[in-house]
Design a protein around this ligand. Structure first.
Ligand SMILES: [Zn+2]
Length: 254
């Protein structure tokens, strides 16, 4: 067991920061990526690394670049295990990337929103979702698959909310809900790390009740789950296909 842990640790460290994660993850929305820059289909070029290399965890959260954004390997399809200290694959984000893809400000983002039907135990509700890259179609497909699960699992997909233009609590960074690419489920029954401590670097426990049957459906369609973060947010799923691309995920290496 110890050997397996050490072995996985080495692999996780060695699989970092590949520009290929972006071209594999976003298909034709990104036409080129190398260790200098990525080029979007719409013509925008973004730097792959930025000159300021943050050292502390708090600075990394605020100043991550595209390389850092894929520097922790997401364990797609893995069993539910408490993540290691500060292991938050997907939580380090380069905000200009999401603005370039989904809309630069509230007005531009809202132009890209469409509504999808989301099945619940009491009927269908409508949810606003970004249409860029087909995120709306993917979330619709997820809802249809969850509707096939037993009721004991489906109750965890109730109370769904998606778009809300806002910053992440206690930060200046936009939430992924602001771009219409994230969804929260079962808000009253799930767990959030800040209920233990408001400090990013505190040593906290891990708690989750979200069933893996739901998590795996989301991951199959390009969404990552906040329950795989040290700073757990178990109601939260967001569309981050770069982290589920073959060049980035650990799934092929286990
Ligand atoms: Zn959320």
């Amino acid at each position: 067991m110890l050997f397996r842990s050490l072995f996985l640790g080495v692999l996780t460290l060695s699989l970092n920061a590949s520009p290929l994660c972006y071209t594999q993850g976003y298909g034709d929305l990104i036409t080129h990526a190398d260790d200098k820059s990525i080029v979007l289909k719409k013509g925008l070029t973004l730097p792959y690394t930025t000159p300021t290399q943050p050292i502390t965890w708090e600075d990394k959260m605020n100043e991550a670049d595209l390389a850092m954004q894929v520097s922790q390997s997401y364990d797609q399809g893995g069993v539910q295990t408490p993540p290691a200290y500060l292991f938050d694959p997907g939580r380090l984000r380069y905000q200009p990337f999401f603005q370039a893809l989904y809309g630069n400000d509230k007005k531009a983002i809202e132009k890209n929103l469409v509504t999808i039907s989301w099945p619940t135990l009491k009927g269908t509700i409508k949810l606003p979702v970004n249409r860029i890259g087909g995120v709306d179609q993917k979330l619709y497909a997820i809802g249809q698959e969850i509707a096939q699960l037993p009721k004991s699992d489906r109750i965890w997909a109730e109370g769904a909310t998606t778009y809300c233009y806002r910053v992440i609590k206690d930060t200046h960074r936009l939430s992924m809900h602001s771009f219409g690419i994230a969804i929260d489920l079962a808000p009253t029954k799930t767990q959030y790390w800040k209920s233990e401590s408001p400090s990013e670097t505190a040593h906290i426990g891990y708690h989750n009740t979200m069933p893996m049957s739901i998590v795996r459906i989301f991951e199959k369609h390009g969404f990552i789950w906040g329950g795989r973060w040290y700073h757990y947010d178990t109601m939260h799923f967001e569309y981050r296909p770069e982290l589920l691309a073959p060049a980035c995920t650990t799934q092929n290496h286990l």
